[in-house]
Write a protein that binds this ligand. Structure first.
Ligand SMILES: C[S@@+](CC[C@H](N)C(=O)[O-])C[C@H]1O[C@@H](n2cnc3c(N)ncnc32)[C@H](O)[C@@H]1O
Length: 473
């Protein structure tokens, strides 16, 4: 494909969707990935990157719409990085996700037998998220219609919203979002109005100056309580400004039950604070899941789709196949959702977690729910599992291990030591089929894969949660 050059325009027909969500087209077998396309679309596309084995392109014009395409609900669809597939009917999203999990398992995991079940749907497909992270930016994304205006209605050097797909320094000043809740949008708008007149500038990712960095909203789908965390840099007027905002939020949005102020000096654009102060309220909210109550602090992980998390928990419980006598280890246990959910069917559950706040929440959650047979251990999984015989001197040896690592998957040494620990059953939970496939490939040297169940926790995005059940050969 030498005639294909960066910048050249070409007509393409999209054949399918790939891991990460881009469309795939081929010219004489040469693969081209095109962002924001659907199978069946005929598009005029501009090549943005050319490599020896593939190219990337973006759509210049849709020449013929996909027979599958439906009208997206959100006014920001097409620019915002929050949703990618709002224009694809939900049953098709589920089918694509199943196929992409299978593709990862064959290509990366070397699996030959298709053990991937149909994707289980999220009970709600709009307003399903219980957590959103909005970014402040000193460069707002200008819409096409704004470019032709002499006078912009909104300043161009302030934005609060979601990232434009592919632009980590550009933020779209969103007016609506169908992922969390209408209340979350009201909070965003109040905070935006306040920040704009606060006299303090938004954070600039180029020179690392400015004050306002992230607005994190967590809302409990079952208790109606809302936790807001504002992440800023340190500033001599910061405390006064945040106190004024706290008064405003309390007055205008009483559903905000707690406000946390986090300070971050990190250069990386991650919504995680180096230090936190609770400005009002308890500093956490409670969410209900499968009949249990869970406390969630500002920096603790919690499954972001509360309704679908109940389905995920049921799948994990099915995979564990507990009879009441087993010891279960829950690796990467977060605030203890899985450990606590499994405890009634096990003799004991030991949870392992890196983040102290999450572990403290897990301990309180076990107490609140009257679960006495859970123990939680703080530490890095890699270090904790370094010496399996030593670990089982301190904690009873597991018959079942549940492992739910972050997107990067398990460290290879964790997988190696898990194999050495040799529990009869392992249930792998993952939000990244690629790293899951890599981990399963190692585990399948001594474990038989029984089934793989995708659960859709993230409608309208290419993300998917997967539960894989293994037993010792
Ligand atoms: C995907 S979450 C799973 C949480 C839990 N299973 C749940 O359902 O809520 C991954 C968790 O692993 C924790 N974590 C990340 N790296 C870790 C490490 N190296 N060792 C132990 N825990 C870690 C994170 O803090 C987070 O709570």
């Amino acid at each position: 494909m030498t005639q294909l050059k960066k910048g050249s325009e070409i007509e393409l027909v999209v054949e399918g969707l790939t891991f990460g969500g881009r469309g795939l087209a081929r010219i004489n077998g040469f693969v081209i990935f095109i962002d924001r396309t659907l199978p069946g679309q005929r598009v005029l596309a501009r090549i943005t990157r050319k490599k020896s084995s593939y190219a990337q392109a973006r759509v210049v014009e849709i020449l013929q719409e996909s027979p599958k395409a439906i009208a997206p609900r959100c006014l920001h669809f097409g620019i915002c990085g929050g949703c990618l597939w709002q224009n694809l009917p939900y049953p098709d999203q589920l089918a694509v996700k199943r196929d992409l999990v299978w593709e990862c398992l064959t290509h990366i995991g070397g699996l030959s037998e298709d053990l991937v079940l149909p994707t289980l749907a999220s009970p709600q497909i709009y307003f399903y998220r219980n957590k959103m992270e909005f970014s402040f930016a000193s460069r707002r994304w200008l819409l096409a219609e704004e470019l032709s205006l002499d006078q912009l209605e909104k300043p161009r050097d302030f934005g609060l919203g979601l990232h434009v797909r592919g632009f980590y320094d550009r933020v779209l000043d969103i007016e609506e979002c169908h992922l969390q809740s209408p209340m979350s949008m009201s909070i965003l708008k109040q905070v935006r109005r306040f920040a704009l007149t606060s006299g303090l500038p938004p954070y600039n990712t180029r020179d690392h100056t400015g004050f306002w960095r992230f607005l994190v909203v967590r809302d409990s789908k079952h208790t109606g309580k809302i936790l807001v965390e504002l992440i800023t840099t340190a500033h001599r007027n910061g405390e006064i400004v945040v106190a004024q905002l706290a008064d405003l939020l309390r007055q205008e949005i009483p559903e905000v039950s707690t406000l946390v102020h986090g300070i971050s000096g990190k250069k990386a654009q991650v919504a995680s604070a180096d230090s936190q102060e609770v400005i009002f309220g308890p500093g956490y909210i409670e969410e209900h899941l499968d009949g249990f109550r869970f406390r969630i602090s500002a920096s603790a992980f919690f499954q972001t789709n509360s309704m679908a998390a109940a389905i995920l928990l049921d799948q994990v419980a099915d995979g564990c196949d507990l009879t009441g006598s087993e010891v279960v280890w829950d690796l990467y246990c977060g605030t203890g959702t899985m450990a606590i959910g499994l405890a009634n069917a096990a003799s004991k559950v030991v949870g392992f977690e890196l983040v102290p706040e999450a572990l403290a929440d897990a301990q309180i959650n076990a107490e609140t729910n009257g679960v006495a047979n859970c123990e939680f251990v703080l530490g890095d999984m890699k270090a904790l599992l370094k010496d399996p015989p030593r670990l089982i001197e301190n904690y009873p040896s597991p018959q079942v291990v549940v492992t739910d690592p972050p997107r990067a998957g398990m460290h290879p040494s964790v997988v190696k030591n898990l194999i050495a620990l040799s529990p009869p059953r392992i249930v792998c939970v993952s939000c990244n089929p690629a790293t899951l496939a890599r981990d399963l490939k190692m585990l399948m040297q001594t474990y038989r894969l029984l089934r793989v169940q995708p659960v859709d926790m993230f409608p309208h995005t290419p993300h998917i949660e997967v539960v894989a059940v293994l037993e010792r050969k």
